[in-house]
Design a protein around this ligand. Structure first.
Ligand SMILES: C[S@@+](CC[C@H](N)C(=O)[O-])C[C@H]1O[C@@H](n2cnc3c(N)ncnc32)[C@H](O)[C@@H]1O
Length: 343
């Protein structure tokens, strides 16, 4: 259908599962080749481009009297609130000019929140590249008594994580099946008490149009102490109109929006150029919403977080659209939720 021509076949749970089974099977073949070299987990992750632990000193510019005044001016010119915490941005030179870049590392951020947790679980973990990075960062000493759990939809993803963990030989790692639409958290129920959990998701909820509203309360009910961190491309959901049009599946609206962004379906290639200023937050947020529309990506995470009961949860950090990994149309947003003590 003409209106849906930007849309891929992706979107339904089964299609997403099939495409990730295929993708992770290919990755599994690579993992097997890497393991055969006999090299350490460290080298394997680095060669597979999954060792991204951020800048060593994000605050360098603040501590340097000779740098700070100019750095502040540069950040200010890019509307960065220098007092915002966590502040992931640093002044930089880009293409010969002063600019700003993101120096944030999700795993470094998580490592700082591990505290005395005894379980860390990634939901929608793929082959658990994030958990392995966190493990390398925390080290074997801190990892004593810390369970790493990769809760993943696909068998191929779980298999990749399991063979890498066995290759390392020291990490206490388990891969378990998990589906955001029917969250089964029973794998946590039999673990020793008190259960102090740091749970996170990284670009996995994105894949699921509506996750179950039972996830957060269910996790809180099982854990004795709980922090939940989401790194997900849902920042555009704060724009009421973009969200309303997604919920209504308004293809005409999103076709016009694609046009404004300069992305025309082939047959209207000669359509007039849009005058939308591509450097604005407005343009970026529309791009992200459009991308989400084409993939039938998530539409309910912000709504769920907004609806969490204030007496059960504190929303600790929110950082909209802080980084975009490989794809500028799919930028990450950080949401950190702290479960309040029960009873
Ligand atoms: C883009 S990958 C991200 C993997 C991993 N979080 C990372 O950052 O490397 C998306 C992951 O979400 C998983 N996924 C897709 N649909 C899911 C669902 N309904 N429930 C749980 N996980 C799902 C996929 O199998 C895949 O592993």
């Amino acid at each position: 259908m003409r209106m849906l021509e930007h849309r891929t076949a992706k979107g339904t749970g089964e299609a997403v599962k099939a495409s990730y089974e295929t993708a992770w099977e290919r990755t599994r073949a690579r993992i097997d080749r890497e393991i055969a070299t006999g090299d350490s987990l460290f080298s394997i992750l680095a060669r597979m481009n999954r060792l991204a632990l951020g800048d060593h000193e994000v605050d360098f510019w603040r501590k340097q009297p000779g740098v700070a005044p100019l750095a502040r001016r540069v950040l200010d010119a890019w509307d960065v609130d220098v007092d915002e915490r966590p502040s992931p941005y640093i002044p930089a030179v880009i293409n010969g000019r002063y600019g700003v870049r993101t120096a944030f590392s999700p795993m470094r951020y998580l490592a700082e929140r591990i505290g005395d947790a005894n379980v860390v679980v990634e939901f929608g973990s793929g082959w658990s590249a994030n958990l392995f990075q966190l493990y390398l960062l925390l080290g074997n000493q801190r990892s004593e008594g810390l369970k790493y759990i990769g809760a993943e939809y696909t068998e191929a993803g779980r298999g990749g994580g399991s063979v890498l963990a066995a290759h390392d030989g020291r990490i206490d790692y388990t891969a378990v099946p998990f589906d955001w639409t029917q969250p089964d958290l029973s794998f946590l129920a039999d673990l020793p008490r008190p259960l102090k959990v740091v749970a996170f998701s990284h670009h996995s909820i994105e894949q699921v149009e509506r996750i179950s509203e039972k996830f957060h309360p269910g996790l809180r009910a099982i854990a004795d102490e709980l922090t939940v961190v989401h790194f997900e491309p849902v920042g555009w959901q704060r724009d009421a109109e973009l969200l309303e049009r997604r919920v209504a599946d308004d293809a005409d609206y999103y076709r016009r929006l694609a046009h404004d962004l300069g992305m025309y379906p082939k047959r209207v290639r000669n359509a007039p150029r849009s005058d939308l200023d591509i450097t604005t937050v407005e343009a970026q947020v529309r791009g992200a919403a459009w991308w989400s529309f084409t993939r039938r990506y998530n539409i309910n995470l912000l709504e769920i977080v907004d609806g969490l009961r204030p007496r059960d949860w504190e929303v600790e950090d929110v950082l909209f659209d802080y980084d975009s990994l490989r794809n500028p149309l799919n930028p990450s947003t950080l949401l950190t939720l702290q479960a309040k003590p029960k009873g």
